[in-house]
Design a binder for this molecule. Structure first.
Ligand SMILES: [Fe+2]
Length: 264
């Protein structure tokens, strides 16, 4: 099988082609290495992307190919190790890929759908920023601050991650992430994580966040059996700005079509 690598072209339309085991590639930065100065230096960005992110891609490919080999031999004696490598490196590759596109040389403020969703759930953009800043600042050790769309609740939420994969919530889709590993900022800010996060706000690519949010809203993770009642009621006071997301929230509507054969 010839590795085709990740498919950024298809990703923009929401249709992702399968990536074969071991076929992940380091995505190029969408801007020059010095584009985020003075907030993030060229040296910092180059090492972070070319070395650290590249290592996660390599680790993910290695884990996937090792599991292919174990399946072929039906020898799963090292499966616990490789599953951990799969989770750590795969999550690292995903989060870093989002992190690069979440930044742009001249950032701004959230507008449109993103702003509406932030205000609907967090109360105000300021309240969101304060919570996101504090959550990212207080990550213990290495991790991330993550704004997610939760298809099961039909709204945004702020999560944090230890390393890349711990403390997450199943089913969520990250739309805005900030890397709080020291390798993301130490050359520029040493141990001053707060200064780094404040500077990072100046390069947030809000149009990219909105693009990701719209794609995430099309996802569904049903919480009830086919045709059954919802596991919880609707949110009492947080109507979705601009109406329900494309495809609905997946909470109470039976799927369209003739249904599943053999299921009443
Ligand atoms: Fe990183």
């Amino acid at each position: 099988m010839v590795p085709k690598g990740d498919q950024p072209e298809a990703e923009t339309s929401g249709a992702v082609l399968p990536v074969p085991p071991g076929g992940h590639r380091l995505p190029p930065l969408p801007y020059p290495y010095n584009a985020l100065e003075p907030y993030i230096s060229e040296t910092q960005l180059r090492i972070h992307h070319d070395r650290h992110h590249a290592a996660y891609v390599e680790g993910l490919n290695t884990a996937e190919l090792a599991l292919v080999d174990e399946r072929a031999r039906l020898d799963f004696s090292l499966v616990r190790y490789w599953e951990r490598e799969l989770a750590f490196n795969g999550s690292g590759h995903i989060l870093h890929s989002i992190y690069w596109t979440n930044m742009i040389p001249s950032g701004g403020e959230p507008t449109g759908l993103v702003r509406d969703c932030i205000v609907s759930y967090f109360g105000s953009v300021r309240a969101f920023r304060e919570q996101f800043f504090r959550a990212a600042l207080d990550v213990e050790g290495s991790g991330w601050g993550v704004l997610v769309w939760q298809p099961q609740w039909g709204r945004l939420e702020i999560l944090t991650a230890w390393r890349h994969e711990d403390l997450t919530q199943w089913g969520t889709i990250p739309v805005l992430v900030v890397d709080t590993w020291e390798h993301a900022y130490y050359l520029d800010y040493q141990n001053r994580r707060a200064d780094y996060i404040r500077a990072w706000w100046n390069v947030v690519n809000w149009p990219d966040v909105e693009r990701r949010l719209r794609l995430a809203m099309a996802a569904q993770v049903p919480m009830q059996s086919y045709g059954g009642p919802a596991a919880h009621g609707p949110m009492p006071s947080a109507p979705m700005p601009g109406g329900p997301p494309p495809g609905g929230t997946g909470l109470a509507e039976p799927p369209p079509g003739p249904g599943i054969p053999g299921v009443p």
